[in-house]
Each structure stands twice: as structure tokens, then as C-alpha cells.
Ligand binder design. Structure first.
Ligand code: AMP
Length: 540
């Protein structure tokens, strides 16, 4: 068995780099006073359809979606069956749930004979027994009343196919397979393809805006998209992201929030040691500006779209803005000739954007303006941005984000403007690995010492010694007394900077033999001084 295409295992020592990045991100978020949020890995499919947008690649073809379980709709089966059988009976009485017998319907036909009917998804031994005993109770009652009327038991269950003949069980119960679909899928669920929708859903669900305060939330976790896997693009990938969201009175719409988020990202990349990034910046305007630009673009595309790729031809009709995302080389000159979004922005949007760029200029955060940067998701408004890195090749986006002033309302929440971003952790790792490969590769970290018990009888004593040293904060590798000394030395040399030999003599005397692999020196160290001795850099 292998990991599924587009997913992978992360192994040590690479996971050390992942942890280092996550730790640095947490530290930076703490300095900017963000708190962590963890949302579920799957959500209602409708959440993504409504927030990310129906006409996006993510929702159209990249989501992992499934129907979560089926629910048997008994009341539907009962009403359809009753309708089909109403001619046979004088009365049909609903016997559940308060009836004395645990059956669903008690029917009396035109001759006064009774039929007790039980409904279910499928018959079981238990349900047949229940029905048979209800029938015999009813018969007993009729005998007491000296009635000569008959009682039958009928068990009706749902059948996906028509024409299944009726059967009689050994208990004398009629089994009827009633054709129809009486199962309803309970819910459509989707593995999250991104995390902003989940955060905004949680913001609404927990009334986080009610405090009137700006909410500053960050997350670190896996996301899932069925994309064509390649370097830097996976089907399960990790994102580190953050959102700043709140009611307008909390200042959530202020251009200062945009500038602060971008300045934080520049700081985070610097703290991570990532050099050579480019911040690409644009404004897609308010929802009204976007709608206006969409019309302008749609009109401009009428003549040129037939010369473009199939995707663009489709997008020209469904979601013209997405044409700007096209990467097909032949389409580029056409796209360059299309109207620019900057010309469709209203005064408010222009002013907002000017204040964002002015604050970045003052703070010394460099950026390039890119009017084609509209981002693939529907919820963006006003500021949109991407940080790219030349070292990444085709998948060159380290992170992307922007403002989403109408998102909360689009999924049924209060007005809550916000801005956020998501960075690809996989891509940060690739960038740092490439950078470190060009610098001197750091040797893999080794343990402070390897403890080698001599003989299995000393294994337990070695475990106690390892515990003592680990509690003193040392990184210890524990060997095994069944190894020959030579094998212990070989294993120790690979994993640790020193070996501590625990033979019978050392155990009795409390004086241990320590060999330093860097200096090659072998010394005797009293147990009380061992931790301090091993804490020194090797080679001294
Ligand atoms: P998006 O919202 O699609 O722009 O995603 C934000 C960031 O997540 C991107 O800039 C990438 O760094 C990262 N990302 C998106 N999709 C993938 C993927 N399939 N594999 C790895 N990283 C991804």
C-alpha cells in the first residue's frame, strides 16, 4: 500500500523544518496579538459553494465531497403505502406512537377483517416477531369478543426495485416490498479546500462580532483540493493563515488593517529567513465595482473570446474576471489588451487603496502593482495580494489573500468586513530547503549521548540513567544490552555526539565511561556530574 497520489508522509528530519516554521509563525502572530482558531476539517458543502463561489475551479472540480449517510424516511413510506391501499380498507388508523400494540397502522377492510401493518427500511427477525405477537394479541381480543373476523400481519419495507412478489414468513406474517426511494441523503459534506469560509462560519456561529471588538484569528492545518499533483502542488497541503474580521464599528474596514496584515507578512517571511519575495498588490473594488467591471469585461470579451482557450471561452460567459487568471501563453497578449479593473473602481475604493499603499510606503514594505491579480475566489473585495517567490518554479505563489467585506453576509451572517491570507506551508518548506541547499547544508541534529548497556541485565538500569539525563533536559538515545560493543559504537556514532558505557563495573562504582566522538577522547565521569558533562558542546 502507498500514500494516495497527491498526499505524502512527512518524515524526520524534514519535520523539524516544518515545526520551526510553525513555531516562528506562532511567535509572530502572538506579537501582533492574534489568537489561534481550529475549525473542523470537513464542513457542509453549501458553505464552500456559497463563499468560495460556484463558478470557481475549487468548487467546480477540486472538492472532496461525499454524501454522509442515508436516512430512512418512514413517514413517507407510510403515506405512500396508505394512498396505494386506501381502496382496500374502510379505516386506516395510525397506531403509533401511542397505540397499545407497537405497530404503525391498524386497518379494517370492507368485510371487517383486520390488517396490522408495520413499516421499516428492511425486515428483521425482531420486527417480524413484534408483528406476529401483535397479531396474536389482536386475535385473542377478537375471540374474547366472540368475533369471527380475521387478523393478518403485514410487514412493508422499502424496495429499490419494482415487482418483488409478496412472501409469507414461517410466523405467518406477509412481507411486502414496496417500490420507491424512501432514503434521503442526510447531508453533503466536503473536506475543506481552504479555511477562510470555516473561520467566518465560526465567527457567525459563536457571535464573535457581538463583543464589538476586532477578531484576529490564525490557523495552521491541512486543506484538500483535487488538483493535478506536481512539485509544490498537492492534494493534501498545509496552510498557515489569519483573518482580521469584525463589525464595521471595530475598524475592520480601515485601510490600516490591510497595511498591518501586509507588514506582518513581510516580518514573518523575514523571521523565517525567506529572502527574495515579491508582494503583488491590486484592488478589485467593492462588490458594485466588481459587478461593473464584470460587465465591461464581458462586453470586451465578446469579440476576442472565440480566439482564446476553451476555459476562457467558458469564463467569458460565466465569470469573466477569471479570464485574468488564465496562464495559457497564447492568450496573454489578448488579456493584456482587455480593459483594466483600476478604471472601474469607484472613488471610495480608489481612496481606500491609496491609503493602503501610502501606509506600506511609509513602513517601507515594497510591492508591485498588478491589475490582473483578481484571485480565483469569489469573495474578494478591494485589496487583493499575493507573495510570490522565484525559486518555486511554476507554482510560484507563497501565499495569497485579500479583503472579503461581503462574505459574512453571503453565508447568512451580520455585516463583518474582513481581510485575511493563507500561505502554503509546503511551499515555505520548499523555498527554505532550496535556500539551505545553496548555503552550507546544516548537519542533522544529533543526540547529546547514546547510552550503551553492556549485557541485557543492565537494560533496566540504562533506562533509569536515560530517564535521569532526559529529565535534566538532555537529548538521549538509548541502546540495548543485547548489542555487542562494536554494534553499540556504530549505532552511537550515527545518532549521537557521545557514547556513555554502562557495564557492570560502571553500574557498581557509579563512575561512567564516556567517549566523545568529535575529540576521540574517552573519560571517566561520576554519575552526579554526568548531566553537566554531557551538556557541554562535544569536542571540548
Ligand atoms: P489560494 O487561496 O488558492 O491562493 O491558496 C493560498 C496558498 O496556499 C497558495 O499561495 C499556496 O501557497 C498554497 N496552496 C494552494 N493550493 C495548494 C496546493 N494544491 N498545494 C500546495 N500549496 C497550495
Amino acid at each position: 500500500m502507498k500514500a494516495v497520489r497527491g498526499t505524502r508522509d512527512l518524515l524526520p528530519p524534514e519535520t523539524e523544518l516544518w515545526n520551526r516554521i510553525e513555531t516562528t509563525a506562532r511567535q509572530v502572530f502572538a506579537r501582533y496579538n492574534f489568537g489561534e482558531i481550529r475549525t473542523p476539517i470537513f464542513e457542509d458543502t453549501a458553505l464552500f459553494a456559497r463563499s468560495v463561489g460556484e463558478e470557481t475551479d475549487i468548487v467546480e472540480k477540486e472538492m472532496y465531497t461525499w454524501e454522509d449517510g442515508e436516512r430512512f424516511e418512514k413517514s413517507l413510506l407510510i403515506s405512500r403505502w396508505s394512498l396505494a391501499n386506501r381502496e382496500r380498507f374502510g379505516t386506516i388508523e395510525d397506531n403509533s406512537p401511542s397505540g397499545a400494540v407497537p405497530i404503525d397502522l391498524e386497518c379494517e377492510d370492507l368485510d371487517g377483517n383486520f390488517e396490522l401493518v408495520l413499516f421499516g427500511a428492511k425486515p428483521s427477525k425482531r420486527s417480524v416477531d413484534v408483528l406476529a405477537s401483535a397479531v396474536s394479541d389482536k386475535r385473542a381480543l377478537l375471540t374474547q369478543l366472540q368475533s369471527d373476523k380475521d387478523v393478518t400481519g403485514r410487514h412493508v419495507f422499502a424496495s429499490p426495485v419494482p415487482g418483488v412478489p409478496e412472501e409469507t414468513t414461517p410466523e405467518g406474517v406477509l412481507l411486502e416490498a414496496f417500490h420507491g426511494n424512501f432514503f434521503k441523503s442526510s447531508q453533503s459534506l466536503t473536506l475543506r479546500p481552504e479555511n477562510t469560509a470555516g473561520v467566518v462560519r465560526a465567527y457567525i456561529e459563536h457571535g464573535l462580532g457581538e463583543s464589538g471588538q476586532l477578531q484576529k484569528l490564525y490557523y495552521i492545518g491541512p486543506q484538500f483540493r483535487r488538483e493535478r499533483p506536481q512539485k509544490g502542488r498537492y492534494r493534501q497541503f498545509w496552510q498557515i493563515g489569519a483573518e482580521v474580521i469584525g463589525p464595521p464599528s471595530s475598524g475592520s474596514e480601515s485601510p490600516l488593517r490591510d497595511a498591518e496584515v501586509l507588514e506582518m507578512l513581510a516580518t514573518l517571511l523575514e523571521d523565517l529567513g525567506i529572502a527574495g519575495w515579491t508582494l503583488e498588490l491590486n484592488s478589485v473594488g467593492s462588490a458594485a465595482d466588481r459587478a461593473k467591471y464584470n460587465d465591461v469585461l464581458r462586453a470586451a470579451l465578446v469579440d476576442v473570446a472565440p480566439k482564446m482557450c476553451g476555459d476562457c471561452q467558458r469564463r467569458a460567459v460565466t465569470n469573466p474576471l477569471r479570464v485574468l487568471d488564465c496562464k495559457v501563453p497564447e492568450d496573454q497578449p489578448i488579456i493584456e489588451g482587455l480593459p483594466k479593473i483600476g478604471d472601474s473602481l469607484g472613488d471610495d475604493s480608489k481612496q481606500h487603496f491609496a491609503q493602503v499603499t501610502a501606509a506600506l510606503d511609509t513602513a517601507g514594505v515594497p510591492y508591485t502593482l498588478n491589475q490582473r491579480l483578481v484571485r480565483g475566489l469569489d469573495y474578494y473585495t478591494r485589496t487583493t495580494f499575493e507573495f510570490t517567490h522565484g525559486g518555486l518554479g511554476a507554482q510560484n505563489a507563497l501565499l495569497g489573500g485579500g479583503r472579503y467585506d461581503g462574505l459574512s453576509e453571503a453565508i447568512g451572517g451580520p455585516k463583518a468586513p474582513g481581510i485575511g491570507f493563507a500561505m502554503g506551508l509546503d511551499r515555505l518548506v520548499l523555498t527554505l530547503q532550496a535556500q539551505e541547499a545553496t548555503q552550507a547544508a546544516a548537519p542533522a541534529a544529533k543526540a547529546d549521548a547514546y547510552i550503551a548497556p553492556i549485557g541485557e541485565s543492565l537494560n533496566a538500569a540504562a533506562l533509569v540513567l536515560a530517564r535521569e539525563l532526559r529529565r535534566a533536559g538532555l537529548r538521549i538515545e538509548l541502546g540495548d544490552g543485547s548489542f555487542r560493543l562494536k554494534k553499540s559504537f556504530e549505532a552511537a556514532d550515527k545518532t549521537a555526539r557521545r557514547i556513555v558505557i554502562l557495564g557492570e563495573d560502571e553500574h557498581q562504582s557509579g563512575i561512567l565511561t564516556v567517549k566523545d566522538f568529535i575529540s576521540g577522547k574517552q573519560t571517566k565521569v561520576p554519575r552526579a556530574e554526568l548531566a553537566a558533562n554531557l551538556a557541554r558542546p562535544a569536542g571540548e
